[in-house]
Design a protein around this ligand. Structure first.
Ligand code: SF4
Ligand code: SF4
Length: 303
């Protein structure tokens, strides 16, 4: 499979405390990609044998003509993955039409109550809308592969099990849960001090999370987590073991400060991460582990 990560949107109604895209995307709010531009890139990459596209950005589903884009993309025989804060799935028609074309859908939920929702995404109504959104997805789903994505940070890392329970109790029939650490990039880099937590402390919650996922027949992955935090017997739960190379297409400023597009190749998942002394002799070095966030070392020990 040849993977494309395509930042098609530069707007989002949320303001998540951990959003790593905020600064960067804000720069391009007034430079949206047209439907024609997106289509032209999809055609070009399909000719280059790309066959899997992840529509992302800020929030991809809110761009104009998103449903038309899905239809078009499917005609090119792409497998379509959508990573969303799921606002648009509140609408019956949107849920019904989009789920005809989306192969893999990842819903982000980082909370389990109105209060924790407001803390994480700054919007109370998001919590209130959740049951209707899940009802729509469950009503109109076809054979879509459904994911749950939980970004953990200082305020919710002890609550991963509670969040999984909360989502299961809404009857969202996700097959895979991704527990993601906050990446110290862009805005999240500036306030990383406010988000980062001690991975040694997180260790004590890991067996419970694994037990919960297994008991409910969910596939589980920990994203960005150094493999040694998981212990040998849990190594397969590290997303590094399952990473596939990809190309990311996104807006950027070129040398003359003109808004342009860039194609970034990522052969592995080592972005913002570094070796420490103990990695030198570690059998997981680079296979599968791609280490620890360099920025993490400013706050906690990792030896
Ligand atoms: S929903 Fe996603 S893009 Fe929007 S603010 Fe939250 S993390 Fe950022
Ligand atoms: S390579 Fe380093 S970070 Fe990864 S498992 Fe080994 S010691 Fe830990």
């Amino acid at each position: 499979m040849k993977r494309l990560e395509f930042h098609i949107s530069y707007i989002c109604p949320h303001k998540c405390i951990f959003c790593s895209e905020y600064d960067r995307m804000k720069n391009f709010e007034r430079h949206p990609l047209s439907l024609l531009q997106i289509k032209a890139i999809l055609i070009d990459r399909r000719k280059k044998w790309f066959d899997h596209v992840n529509f992302t950005g800020w929030e991809p589903t809110i761009i104009p003509h998103f449903l038309e884009l899905l239809k078009f993309t499917k005609k090119l025989w792409y497998k379509i993955y959508v990573w969303t804060n799921w606002t648009m799935f509140y609408g019956d028609n949107f849920a019904k039409e989009s789920l005809k074309y989306i192969d893999e859908l990842s819903l982000s939920v980082h909370w389990y109550s109105e209060e924790t929702c407001e803390k994480q995404v700054w919007l109370k109504y998001h919590y209130k809308n959740f049951s209707k959104i899940i009802e729509n997805i469950e009503k109109y789903k076809q054979d879509n592969f459904l994911f749950l994505n939980i970004v953990i940070n200082k305020y919710n890392y002890i609550n991963s099990e509670k969040i999984i329970d909360f989502v299961i109790n809404t009857w969202y029939s996700f097959k895979q849960v991704l527990i993601s650490l906050v990446a110290p990039e862009w805005s999240a880099r500036h306030n990383f001090w406010e988000l980062v937590f001690d991975l040694e402390d997180f260790k004590k919650y890991i067996p419970g999370i694994i037990w919960k996922a297994n008991k409910n027949n969910k596939i589980l992955r920990f994203f960005w987590l150094p493999s040694c935090i998981l212990w040998e017997k849990y190594i397969d739960y590290a997303n590094d073991s399952h990473w596939e190379e990809r190309h990311t297409i996104e807006r950027f400023f070129n040398k003359s400060w003109k808004v342009s597009l860039i194609d970034v190749y990522s052969p592995d998942n080592s972005r913002e991460r570094c070796f420490v002394d103990k990695c030198k002799t570690c059998k997981y070095k680079a296979n599968p582990c791609t280490w620890v966030f360099e920025k993490y070392l400013e706050y906690y020990k990792f030896d």
